[in-house]
Design a protein around this ligand. Structure first.
Ligand SMILES: Cc1cc2nc3c(=O)[nH]c(=O)nc-3n(C[C@H](O)[C@H](O)[C@H](O)COP(=O)(O)OP(=O)(O)OC[C@H]3O[C@@H](n4cnc5c(N)ncnc54)[C@H](O)[C@@H]3O)c2cc1C
Length: 422
């Protein structure tokens, strides 16, 4: 008997959880992703800071879905859609037909019309980005050591993180930890504890999506780690080895971009209505207006949900939308009516280096060690696969006891040395 053909584009939080919710149901599912793995983005910064290795936060999609008999996985890049003919086109020219399509291709960083800044200020979205940032950071220490060794001295290293959201806060705190603790005894000619770590935020406070109280506590914890928190500091230009903040040029050894979100270009390729930031406007059942067979979810979508609130660009929201889109498709197939989506907010957390974090659950606000412990438990629990959970837990216990990361190795030397060793 012919079954309903469902294509899912993207095996991130939204797409993967849609596939899992459709697993072993009486439908044919094809999941397309340009990577062969699912990445747990909330821990990417730990790969960038050499605290975890890539394999500990990413899992093969085939492995995760190996028991889902009705789910095919295709490694490929979706590049276009023919909505009228119900087809997805891949970069090699092949086309896949569907009866239902779920698009969950996520987002990238936005450089506010200055894409050329990416070369000197990479963002953190993928495993490749994390490995690139890790190489730049470690190479900066090596270059400074070499210079100090041959010339007898070197100005303290200077790191700039642009964007005071959760990712910027996590990165700045972890870089301060790396230079003040983890690498402090590894270098002989430079004093890594003297490195300057600056966090730039254009608004008047960091963690703008959190309460003022958590934002203040996060700033204080960062300052205790030695991070200079620069608010009201819009970055106006990025060049090799320096950035312009207001009218001042600041010399930097490594600059990291942690602000601005732009949906995947697939949002535009769909040719449907979008909001000002380019996210696809969707209905409360998560389908595109006028196209009940087309669902767009996660970071690519803009929705005021059935609670009357905008759905945030978070892993939890993408995951819940993935499950909900799958349920609504199954409702169609089984002759039931669709349900509107309601985001269930289970709180937000941001970690700030070793032992420090802020967490908010409605009216409950935590900071310091209790927040950090909670953050650790939740993130280990949410990681895919028992092997990864165990590996990450052991790494964290090791890092806690020794204050060292797992893999301070530079693996991309030739490609990145141009960017750092001038
Ligand atoms: C550094 C960082 C830290 C974060 N920390 C947190 C956190 O602590 N808590 C939290 O809730 N959220 C966090 N987020 C946000 C969260 O990760 C996103 O909201 C979530 O991943 C969005 O899910 P998604 O399914 O929309 O997209 P993604 O998870 O990004 O998945 C998109 C998938 O689509 C694939 N893809 C893209 N384009 C194509 C194409 N053309 N063809 C085929 N496949 C394609 C990609 O390879 C990817 O697998 C963080 C994000 C980042 C970058």
């Amino acid at each position: 008997m012919p079954t309903t053909r469902i294509v899912i584009v993207g095996g991130g939080f939204g797409g993967l959880h849609a596939a899992k919710a459709l697993s072993n149901e009486a439908v044919d599912v094809t999941l397309i992703d340009r990577k062969n793995h699912h990445t747990f983005q909330p821990l990417l910064y730990q790969v960038a800071l050499a605290l975890l290795s890539p394999g500990e936060i990413a899992s093969s999609l085939r492995h995760i879905l190996r028991a889902s008999r009705n789910v095919q996985i295709i490694l490929g890049e979706a590049v276009g859609f023919d909505i009228a003919a119900r087809q997805v086109t891949l970069s090699d020219g092949t086309a896949l037909e569907y009866e239902y399509l779920i698009v969950a291709a996520g987002a990238r960083h936005a450089y506010f019309g200055h894409d050329e800044w990416e070369r000197d200020a990479p963002g953190l979205k993928t495993i490749e980005d994390a490995v690139e940032i890790r190489s730049r950071l470690l190479l900066a220490f090596e270059a400074a050591e070499r210079e100090a060794h041959f010339t007898g001295g070197r100005a303290p290293l200077s790191f700039a993180v642009i964007g005071g959201g959760p990712t910027g806060v996590e990165l700045a705190g972890a870089i301060a930890d790396l230079s003040r603790r983890a690498l402090a005894k590894d270098f002989k000619s430079i004093d890594t504890t003297q490195a300057r770590v600056r966090l730039y935020e254009g608004a008047s406070r960091i963690l703008g999506a959190y309460s003022e109280d958590s934002s203040r506590k996060a700033a204080r914890q960062l300052e205790q780690l030695g991070v200079e928190v620069c608010t009201d500091s819009l970055v106006r230009a990025v060049e090799p080895g320096r950035i312009q903040v207001r009218d001042e040029w600041i010399v930097t050894d490594v600059t990291i971009w942690a602000t601005g979100v732009a949906p995947s270009p697939l949002a535009k390729a769909l040719g449907v209505a979008t909001d000002r930031s380019g996210r696809v406007l969707i209905e409360q059942d998560l389908s595109v207006p006028g196209h009940r067979e087309l669902f767009v979810i996660g970071d690519m979508a803009a929705l005021i949900d059935a609670n009357g609130k905008p759905v945030p660009g978070l892993a939890a929201a993408a995951l819940q939308q993935g499950q909900h889109a799958a349920r609504n498709i199954l409702s169609d197939v089984q002759g039931r009516s669709r349900e509107p989506f309601r985001y269930v907010d289970r709180g937000s957390m941001a970690t700030i280096g070793h032992h420090r974090a802020v967490a908010e659950f409605g009216r409950w606000h935590l900071s310091g060690i209790p927040a950090w412990l909670l953050w650790s438990v939740v993130h280990v629990f949410l990681l895919i696969g028992f092997r990864n959970r165990l590996a990450v837990m052991l790494q964290w216990i090791w890092a806690y006891v020794t204050r060292k990361g797992s893999s301070p190795l530079i693996t991309e030397f030739q490609r990145t040395e141009k960017n750092v060793l001038k």
